[in-house]
Design a protein around this ligand. Structure first.
Ligand code: BGC
Ligand code: BGC
Length: 655
């Protein structure tokens, strides 16, 4: 094989030969011709050499980004390009499929794991096996593996689970969001995964929406502020990279701002429904977080299932191509949502050929297929062959995908780093999550009218009652997107501390903590308790399953509040993804805390109830009186809340 080194050696030797023979002019001409011939041969051979093995421009990290992209793109067949645009689910991503269809990306759907309770090492070896298949293809383009890490690495056993976004919004602490971003990135990398479908930057305008907890706030400004989680995930882009996809290295992950755009604005909060608003309103309310995401170098953006004024976002060329790509100059890749193309038609999937045409022409670059990849590849190939989709559109998509893969260093470091396994669920991250829990709690009432504040409670509290379905239930306090897509109830799902455990480990040794999930009036009356802490709320849910038109506290929550608070000085802690109807009970309650969906670190609740820290959280959402007021957001003319947006009482630490 002729390499560059051989080539320069040959050049040198022919020069030497020339020098020796320079006495003869006749010989000179002959030699010149020979030398030229020789040089030509060498060049030819060296080119063959480059293509056959050694040097490939796109694999050289010293080459400028665009040179690498151009070089690789010029070598790719249509099949390889369409493969790059394909994202398939883990469960169908065998090494053969990855190899034969040149698959560019694999994802874990909610709850899709290599094995129940898989360790970091098991995750990493799964990714490694897939990656090796991708690297064994002629061009060796690495896959990018993606997963939802919307409140920590939720699918993964023993990961740290942080408060869901609605709680983070209540902290109003962008620095904290950034730290959480870095911690989550490390936990995700611990399992060998370089890409997450987070953050959700929805501006939830109606709490009846089942995904409201995935939204930081009803106020675009708060959502914008919390996009600081992106430089946490990806690492802070240097000034020269701002506004372009950026991932600092193998301790960070590529992020995905979702769901573009208007996902939180649907009619009655119905999931995947229609957002009716004029362009000005869209720009004012739902678009602002994307300005921040793009300027903060977000690598990818996911399109929303929703429609804008009746037009499916997955088919919206104006918003995806003209606005996001051309006007905002977003340079990363646009990814569809799960079966997002299928859902362009109704019923979903009824004309997949048309769906693919509309979605790809709208400007979607990577398609979260996630199962019927043969259909997708076949249809897209024919759409290109018959010129319905121009090659320039395919090249734009692939260019963007490759740009992200190159900038994040995936070609240089395609395989998991085993030294990061210990980052999963580590104490430092749990401490950070506990801090986030403390700061996310919003104190809405502290003492009945004319009475003294109840909180903070003394640690020497004597005998206290802890009651309610959410007091000792890790699954309930984590919510959806935890271990499974919908979340789980109970205490056997993963590692963490329940609120009850947190209380028990916080109070003084002299205190007596009695726990009864659903105490009878008799039990409460005879107990002679100094205080009661009632923890009730919503069961876990995600997406459409969480849509809810009445927003009442599920039974037996209200009756537990009633029973306990009629007899003992009571603190009610509500665990929910959104404000719920509380007005009928609020007068009976002595102190009321909105704790959102705090995650695995339940001790953060006790930290504040017992005064190790003060309450500082402020409502990221308006607390309505009754559902017939909805939608009702800060600034609305009919604004008449029970507790206004931004409200939150403060207490001082007592220790
Ligand atoms: C959700 C996305 C999620 C994707 C992959 C979809 O149903 O809307 O938020 O990233 O599934 O799990
Ligand atoms: C998947 C989720 C996905 C949802 C969409 C579920 O089966 O696990 O990841 O978001 O479907 O409908």
């Amino acid at each position: 094989m002729i390499t560059h080194d051989h080539f320069s050696l040959l050049k040198k030797s022919s020069y030497f030969y020339l020098k020796k023979e320079r006495s003869s002019l006749v010989a000179m001409g002959h030699i010149w011709r020979c030398a030229h011939l020789l040089l030509y041969c060498c060049l030819l051979l060296s080119t063959v050499g480059v293509q056959g093995s050694g040097y490939l421009k796109y694999k050289d990290p010293k080459q400028p980004l665009n040179t690498r992209i151009d070089d690789l793109l010029s070598r790719m067949s249509l099949a390889e390009k369409i493969g790059q645009m394909s994202q398939i689910e883990r469960s169908v991503a065998t090494p053969d499929v990855i190899k034969n269809d040149y698959i560019g990306s694999v994802l874990s759907g909610g709850g899709s794991v290599p094995a129940p309770q898989a360790t970091a090492q098991e995750w990493a070896s799964m990714v490694t096996e897939m990656q090796k298949a991708a690297l064994s293809t002629p061009l060796g383009i690495p896959i990018i593996y993606g997963i939802d890490a919307v409140h920590g690495h939720g699918n993964v056993y023993k990961a740290t689970i942080f408060p869901h976004n609605v709680g983070l919004g209540a902290t109003r602490d962008p620095e904290l969001a950034k730290k959480i971003g870095s911690a989550v990135a490390l936990e995700v990398r611990a399992t060998g995964i370089p890409y997450i479908f987070a953050p959700c930057v929805a501006v939830c305008r109606d709490p009846r929406w089942g995904r409201c907890y995935e939204s930081f706030s009803e106020d675009p400004k708060v959502v914008q502020m919390m996009t600081q989680i992106i430089p946490g995930f990806q690492g802070e882009a240097p000034p020269s990279s701002r506004g372009r996809p950026y991932v600092a290295g193998t301790r960070n992950v590529a992020a995905c701002a979702k769901h573009y755009v208007g996902d939180g604005g649907t009619n009655k909060g119905i999931n995947e429904n229609n957002t009716i608003i004029d362009f000005h309103g869209l720009l004012k309310i739902h678009m602002p977080p994307y300005y921040n995401a793009v300027i903060n170098s977000v690598s990818t953006i996911m399109v929303s299932y929703t429609s804008w004024n009746g037009v499916k976002m997955h088919a919206n060329h104006f918003l995806v191509t003209d606005f996001l790509k051309n006007k905002l100059k977003f340079r990363g890749f646009v990814i569809s949502d799960w079966q997002g193309l299928d859902r362009i038609t109704s019923p979903a999937g009824s004309d997949y050929h048309l769906s693919i045409k509309l979605g790809v022409l709208a400007g979607i670059d990577m398609i979260m297929i996630p199962f019927n990849y043969t259909d997708f590849i076949g249809n897209l190939t024919s759409l290109v062959h018959d010129n319905t989709i121009p090659m320039s559109r395919i090249d734009d998509a692939v260019r963007r995908i490759l740009r992200v893969k190159f900038t994040m260093g995936l070609f240089e470091n395609p395989l998991p780093d085993p030294s990061l396994a210990g980052e999963l669920g580590k104490q430092e991250h749990r401490d950070l999550a506990r801090e986030a829990v403390r700061k996310s709690l919003v104190l809405l009432k502290n003492g009945k009218y004319g009475e003294k504040p109840v909180l903070p409670l003394p640690k020497k509290c004597g005998k206290i009652l802890v009651a309610g379905s959410h007091a000792d239930n890790l699954g309930n306090q984590c919510g959806g997107w935890t271990i499974t897509w919908q979340g789980l109830q109970g205490n056997n799902l993963t590692a963490g501390t329940t609120i009850l455990e947190g209380i028990k480990s916080t109070v003084d040794g002299s205190a007596q903590v009695v726990y009864s999930e659903e105490p009878s009036p008799d039990f409460v009356q005879k107990g002679v308790f100094n205080y009661a802490i009632v923890v009730v709320g919503e069961p876990p849910y995600s997406e459409t399953q969480g849509d809810n038109l009445n927003l009442t506290i599920p039974a037996p929550g209200p009756s537990v509040i009633e029973t306990v608070c009629s007899n003992v000085k009571c603190i009610v802690v509500l665990i929910s993804g959104r404000p719920l109807v509380i007005e009928p009970y609020i007068n009976k309650i002595d102190a009321f805390v909105a704790a959102w969906l705090p995650g695995t670190e339940g001790k953060g609740v006790a930290d504040v109830l017992f005064g190790d820290y003060g309450f500082t959280g402020k409502l990221s959402r308006t607390w309505f009186k009754s559902v017939d007021q909805l939608p009702m957001n800060v600034g609305d003319p009919h604004y008449d809340p029970l507790f206004p947006f931004g409200f939150g009482l403060e207490t001082h630490p007592s220790y």
